[in-house]
Design a protein around this ligand. Structure first.
Ligand SMILES: *Cc1c(COP(=O)(O)O)cnc(C)c1O
Length: 390
């Protein structure tokens, strides 16, 4: 019957892009956000944290844009992320926050990944490995904990290392620490961490020098996105911004200083007329109070649009009108109450804004209780992804 069918191409069937929810990722905005950090940092180097698939936005698309913008140092969490990134950026310096699992060290050399060592026992294992490597360099970074108590050498371990710097006889290109409260710059904790880190790192460098271990002064790194923007005293030699590159607000107590990057739009699958005593969705939690219309949109918790976007919290924008979510969010869809919308404004196939664009991330953070980090890293893989670049 049908002579032509939309989407017919020679490309593999798995690459057919059916009409559906669309996630637009503005690579130009990522570059602008990177350049903003570069300008703020002045003489200090601006690296980039691209862990968790570049915060859900797609490391294969994001990393080359950052490289072209001049970024040379990248941070990921796991070795597998590092190996993936090595294929994308053959020349980059790549640090692995979670360190090197015992007996897997050789993969780091092979892919030129630099582990961040987080304890004296990590250091001792890496030293053994580095000795076995002989003349082949086996560089590793060190993380000194300064109050976060997540990863890194404790203060007591740093003291031991300062007393016995020979425990780390390998190249150390970087010594880092991580801020726990930089999103609220007025808290005293942040300055305390900076001062602790500076003192510990300087003591270590001096001990290393005195022991004749390094002309190679490790570069010091403390700042995440928020840390960069607090003030110069947090910059040290190398910064590791993540969230701000991707349009998430690094601060929780002030407006966002960065450009928005994402725009998530769902597609209306069906519109239905409802009237009392109808209910909408699982649990029948939405009780219809008068004649109205419900639009079912093709985005649900399986796409990162979690149940905390349900009635009372979530909303969408359709042609400039704000409409509320009705009832619970399902796995593949949610319902919008479009009773107040002019009929002409939407139908099956209309795209509705759910996140980013006219639905600012910061507003969604307030209503759902999720952080910007969660909103981005939850973004699903069923969306048609559109990367915008001029
Ligand atoms: C995730 C992470 C960063 C990036 O932090 P943002 O707040 O996203 O800028 C930097 N350093 C470490 C150790 C991290 O885990």
């Amino acid at each position: 019957m049908k002579e032509t069918m939309a989407g017919m191409t020679d490309s593999p069937r798995s690459q057919i892009r059916f009409p559906g929810a669309e996630l637009e990722i503005d690579l130009d905005a990522i570059e602008r956000n990177y350049q903003r950090f570069v300008r703020t940092l002045g003489a200090a180097e601006c690296g980039a944290t691209v862990k968790a698939d570049a915060y859900g936005l797609g490391v294969a698309h994001v990393a080359p844009v950052l490289w072209d913008a001049g970024c040379r140092t990248f941070f990921v969490a796991t070795p597998a992320e590092g190996i993936e990134l090595r294929d994308i950026l053959p020349e980059a310096t790549i640090y692995i926050f979670n360190g090197a699992p015992r007996d897997w060290e050789y993969h780091f050399i092979e892919s030129r990944l630099i582990p961040v060592l987080n304890s004296l026992s990590d250091i001792s294992a890496w030293a053994t490995f580095a000795r076995a490597m002989g003349a082949t360099p086996a560089p590793a970074a060190l993380h000194f904990d300064s109050g976060m108590n997540r990863l890194g050498l404790s203060a007591a371990e740093v003291e031991t290392l300062v007393a016995e710097p020979h425990r780390a006889p390998f190249d150390i290109p970087c010594v880092m620490s991580h801020l726990a409260c930089a999103d609220k710059p007025d808290e005293d904790m942040t300055a305390r961490q900076r001062d602790r880190f500076a003192a510990a790192a300087e003591a270590f460098i001096e001990a290393r020098c005195d022991a004749g271990l390094g002309d190679d002064r490790p570069r010091l790194s403390l700042a995440n996105s928020a840390g960069i923007l607090i003030d110069e005293s947090y910059h040290f030699d190398l910064a590791r911004p993540g969230i701000g590159l991707y349009g998430g607000n690094p601060f929780t107590d002030r407006p966002s200083p960065v450009d928005n990057v994402i725009r998530l739009r769902g597609r209306i699958l069906q519109i239905r007329e409802v009237s009392p005593p109808d209910t909408v969705g699982y649990g029948a939690t939405h009780e219809v109070t008068g004649p109205g219309r419900i639009a079912t949109v093709d985005v649900g918790y399986g796409d990162g649009y979690l149940r905390c976007f349900g009635e009372g919290n979530g909303w969408a924008v359709i042609n400039g009108h704000r409409v509320p979510v009705a009832g619970r969010v399902s796995m593949d869809s949610h319902a919008l109450d479009i009773t107040a919308l002019p009929l002409d404004d939407c139908g099956v196939g209309t795209m509705v804004d759910l996140l980013g664009g006219p639905v600012p991330l910061d507003d969604v953070v307030k209503t759902t209780g999720l952080s910007g980090y969660e909103l981005l890293t939850l973004l699903g893989h069923r969306y048609n992804r559109v990367y915008k670049k001029t």
